[in-house]
Write a protein that binds this ligand. Structure first.
Ligand code: AP5
Length: 216
């Protein structure tokens, strides 16, 4: 099984650009989505993670590894996966490396989206998500056709709990402290490809698709 890792700060557009790769048969896996599902289902792991996520803190490494390992063990070996938001700490990266040594899982490449902090804040502050299907919009950059309603499902659009201004700032701070160092970790392994994400969603999708075709 091949894995592409998508690194990038909150709001860089990881979810938005992953869509383009799913059209090429790659499975999009977001640990943020997995955790939100656990929270919605009121599982023990979800209950443990809820407070942390709503405050902008990371879920426990052990909980994340449990979720990811279980997911990977249930995948067919021919699957190609893009991990959005995982690994997010050095501990997770090292544990993923261990998993790859013990199995047929291979990290194919690491794509890193780069974007200035003021742009990230404006993207996260205007994000709205469909409560039914999870489709993502932005008040200004990608508004729905009807205000407050999803174009696909007609569901109402809500702000994520962790998109409040104070929480956004904390998420960015934690990203800089715990996740940004992973860029060097993968650079030292000659796996890192950096992409400019400070442009329109269409342009970022094109950069991502080009990088994917180059590494394939
Ligand atoms: P997660 O859901 O992964 O959040 P995140 O990494 O903070 O990233 P976001 O989903 O906020 O942003 P994105 O880069 O996907 O941007 P998007 O495409 O939506 O994780 C949530 C939380 O779960 C974490 O904070 C943590 O607590 C926990 N967690 C998750 N994984 C974990 C792990 N491995 N370990 C521990 N804890 C974990 O775009 C954002 C907005 O901008 C949208 O409105 C979009 O329309 C707009 N937009 C996107 N691209 C552009 C563009 N190019 N131009 C203009 N607007 C754009």
């Amino acid at each position: 099984m091949n894995i592409i890792i998508l690194l990038g700060p909150p709001g860089a557009g990881k979810g938005t650009v992953s869509e383009v790769l799913t059209k090429h048969g790659i499975k999009h896996v977001s640990t943020g989505d997995m955790l939100r599902k656990e929270i919605k289902n009121n599982t023990e792991l979800g209950l443990r993670s809820h407070k942390k996520i709503s405050q902008g803190l990371f879920a426990n490494d052990d909980d994340v590894m449990t979720m990811v390992t279980e997911f990977l063990l249930n995948q067919k070996k021919e699957n190609f996966i893009i991990f959005d938001g995982f690994p997010r700490t050095l501990i997770q990266a090292e544990k993923l490396d261990l998993l790859t040594k013990k199995s047929q899982i291979k990290i194919f490449n690491v794509l890193r989206l780069k974007c200035p902090e003021d742009v990230l804040i404006s993207r996260l502050s205007g994000r709205r998500t469909c409560v039914v299907c999870g489709a993502v919009y932005h008040d200004i950059f990608s508004p729905p056709k009807i205000f407050g309603r999803c174009d696909i499902e007609g569901g109402s659009l809500a702000k994520r709990l962790d998109d409040e201004p104070v929480v956004i700032k904390r998420r960015l701070k934690i990203y800089n402290k715990l996740t940004k160092p992973l860029a060097d970790y993968y650079k030292n392994k000659s796996m890192l490809v950096e992409l400019d994400a400070n442009c329109s969603p269409q342009e970022v999708r094109e950069h991502t698709l080009k990088a994917y075709k180059d590494i394939i």
